[in-house]
Design a protein around this ligand. Structure first.
Ligand SMILES: [Zn+2]
Length: 413
């Protein structure tokens, strides 16, 4: 049993309760009680650990509904290339990595997400089974999918679209293999389908996934209307918009989590509102691409736009268990330090968090009732080892992918 006391508890429940002078009790993996501090500390004198949260705020853990942890290998370079890394030449691609190499970058990416307060990530990339192992090790809750596509990614940087049906079958098999290991949904890792995008999957492949999901009934994560190039490609190949293609293939429904949606047209917006599609807003991607998704308009039309914790839980159909601090819910929590120069004065905790908060303000992370990061240290990994491995692999992978790139900095350490 674990007790957090004396912090400001931002519940994010229906009534948006904020608790002061309070304590929160965690038994095994669930929140069992929240209430007056003195009453609770008297009631549970012999708990395993008490954490003093004075000067800190306790939030429900953040949900990152769209991440590619192993793509940390391209960080610092891909940002300036103007396109998503998968569409870019001279960049290491997922299938250039082995399972072992991908595992290291998934550890790195998941550790970074946890350090910034994520307790639940939806990860989609090549080598999904290696990623799942990394997430189990680090103790982060994760929904994992294989990046399924049958267009060869190696031609995309040149604007060449070659459909290789066998590739789609192989990747779909890898996606389905996750269901055999994690399909029960009892552990921290669960799985879903991950068709990459309307311009990198043939209609046949998209239809096949829609058919399978009539049985599995799980979330389907994808990219949608991410670039003008995608719009043009889908129009040329299929004579419709990317949203219309997904709809025609049977994927445009309440299971779909569509990332980006920067270039969603009028019909696409109306369809998203009508069909209960969840839209994942990627502000960082918008900034890099210099185009902003029509988020306010989508919200006004009633679309669930995912960025925060409460609507993230809803997008994964997990709102009964996650997304708020309430008795009975799973104990996924972050403790955030408010006692810093940039958080002073703290007149409105939420306002401070949204406008001033930094990843480094996250001090301690609890996932499923277990402390996974304590005072800034992630407990499931040796951070020095992960950094060392990631630098070593990045050095030779970039050598292969782009011999012109100066790798002095990676070599420095
Ligand atoms: Zn993405």
């Amino acid at each position: 049993m674990l007790i957090l006391y004396d912090g400001i508890f931002i519940s994010m429940d229906q009534e948006e309760h904020v608790y002061h002078n309070s304590a929160l009790v965690i038994d095994k993996n669930r929140i069992v009680e929240i209430g007056d501090k003195d009453t609770i500390l008297t009631k549970y004198p012999s708990c395993d650990e008490k954490i003093d949260c004075h000067g800190k705020a306790v939030f429900p853990g953040f949900i990152n509904a769209h991440i590619h942890t192993a793509q940390t290998i391209v960080r610092g370079v891909a940002e300036d290339l103007g396109r998503a890394p998968s569409y870019t030449k001279l960049v290491p691609q997922g299938d250039d990595l082995t399972d072992e190499e991908s595992y290291v970058f998934s550890l790195l990416g998941a550790a970074g997400a946890m350090r910034f307060g994520s307790t639940f990530i939806s990860d989609n990339y090549a080598h999904s089974s290696a990623a799942a192992k990394a997430f189990e090790q680090i103790g982060i809750r994760a929904m994992v999918s294989e990046r399924v596509h049958d267009v060869d990614f190696h031609g995309l940087g040149e604007g060449t679209y070659t459909v290789i049906p066998r590739l789609g079958e192989e990747l779909l098999e890898k996606n389905l293999a996750l269901f055999e290991t994690y399909g029960g949904g009892e552990g921290l890792v669960t799985c879903c389908f991950g068709p990459h995008a309307p311009d990198t999957c043939s209609p046949e492949l998209l239809k096949k996934i829609a058919e399978l999901n009539e049985t599995y009934r799980v979330p389907v994560t994808t990219h949608l209307a991410q670039s003008k190039m995608e719009l043009q490609r889908v129009k040329e190949a299929h004579g419709c918009s990317p949203a219309e293609l997904l709809n025609a293939c049977g994927l445009f429904d309440e299971h779909l989590l569509a990332a980006h949606c920067v270039y969603l047209d009028e019909t696409g917006k109306a369809m998203a509102a009508r069909d209960g599609v969840h839209i994942v807003h990627i502000p960082e991607g918008n900034v890099k691409a210099g185009s902003i998704a029509p988020i306010r308009e989508l919200q006004e039309r009633g679309v669930n736009v995912v960025i925060g914790t409460d609507n993230g839980a809803k997008a994964f159909h997990r709102e009964a268990e996650l997304g708020s601090i309430e008795p009975g819910k799973l104990a996924d929590l972050v403790i955030i330090n408010l006692d810093s120069l940039h958080m002073t004065p703290c007149t409105n905790v939420l306002g401070n968090l949204i406008h001033l908060g930094q990843g480094s303000d996250v001090e301690t992370v609890i996932v499923n009732g277990t402390i996974t990061m304590r005072d800034g240290t992630i407990l499931g990994i040796d951070e020095e080892e992960v950094k060392k491995d990631a630098r070593r692999i990045a050095y030779y992978k970039w050598q292969d992918a782009n011999p012109f790139l100066d790798k002095t900095y990676t070599y420095l350490f």
